[in-house]
Design a binder for this molecule. Sequence first.
Ligand code: TYD
Ligand code: MG
Length: 474
Amino acid sequence: MPPAPSSLFVCRHCGARTRQFFGRCAGCGSWNSLEEQPVRAGGQGRRPAPGGAAGAPAPRRSEAIDAVGERLLQRLSSGYPELDRVLGGGLVPGSLVLLGGDPGIGKSTLLLQSARSLARRAPVLYVSAEESAQQVKLRWSRLGPLSDRDAAAQAGAADLQLLAETDLDRVLEELEALRPAVAVIDSIQALHDAELSGAPGSVAQVRECAAALARLAKRQDTAMLLVGHVTKEGMLAGPKVLEHLVDVVLTFEGDRFASHRLLRAVKNRYGATHELGVFEMRDRGLAEVSNPSELFLGGGVASPGTATIVACEGTRPLVVELQALVSPTSYATPRRTATGIGTNRLHQILAVLEKHLGLPLSRFDCYLAVAGGLEVEEPAADLGVAAAVVASHRDLTLPAGTVLVGELGLGGQLRPVGQMELRLQEAARLGFVRAVVPPGCGGAAATLPGPLRLEEAGHVAEALVMALGEDLQK
Ligand code: TYD
Ligand code: MG
């Protein structure tokens, strides 16, 4: 029998384990991602394995589903509707929420503000493993009341305890002693389990710390908000394992040069994913932006090469401006650059326009940008992209007050997209008067809050003629 291995190697990215060191992970193919993890003598040591039921009040016998209490469904409101919506309607007791994002994007600020607001309703423990208590207090004093409603509520006492600690055992002890309804851990990478070797932030440490917190969260119904760092590649640092372990994964993103921040759910066991919350970083903390379409409308001056679309993030419609610049190329291969939209998508739309409208786009450079730094992934933006490109190519300006929504098929046909009613309502609410849409959207018109005229087109050529008012096929 071979001797028991004294260490294991675990991939930082995918969590794959091997007994031997390789330069390249056999699981996900990334280089230099294996980290050594010691194997505890006698199996699992002090704590049971992650996922094990020990410690949790697991029922010994099965129960009828109707008899299972619905206590868990009573969600705690964070006091910020933007955050609550992304969480699926508030924090679920006993759940683990992981908040990822680039350094300096505002994770600590968001959680401290939420903690402040939550602490008026329930006891909260804020564990700062990265900053000292004084630093947290400085930030705390900097956060002003963000609205009158907030100022009034702030007068009430807040039950918020602060602990500046990196040792996992001390954190667990404090959590057990206080039994708070909500605990914030900033950050999971800075926590350290003295029983394990390895620096804080290594795979083994992150995994064990998160697993211990998860067991405690389920046992005493404490909702945990964990901050997680993002690696250079934009992945949550620590293994993917962390994402499997938590109930909700939120990402906080934004442009360094802009003040707005987008909060998204990428995984949510208790709600829909791809919900979007929009915040703005001010000098006194984060403020909610309840009318984000205004952020993504590029100032309202119509110019050649701009088109307005209605994108949907989860259930949230956003009116967004697209800008295209098409100019004769001086390269052998024309340049195609897209910001906020996939380059492959742009290539495909250009190919459709070239084929079905006869535009000689292969002799033109084409740049495309989404205003406000938003990423638009859905194909509903296709028609808008096509209109912006053609408008720039022909130096035409789309009439003011026009939005375009529709997916382009490879044959040039316009396909309907989901949530049309929501999108049109948002456009009407913002005062748009004309929407060029795929066929079959007429039903949505009945419920519109404003005078939005629908123009249906079955083919991209027809839609662009409608939108730009010229026979483009000539
Ligand atoms: P922080 O929450 O520390 O980011 P993270 O925890 O994600 O690393 O946010 C830090 C940035 O936010 C910093 O660049 C300063 C800015 N900021 C403001 O602009 N206004 C504020 O009121 C606060 C508290 C921070
Ligand atoms: Mg921080």
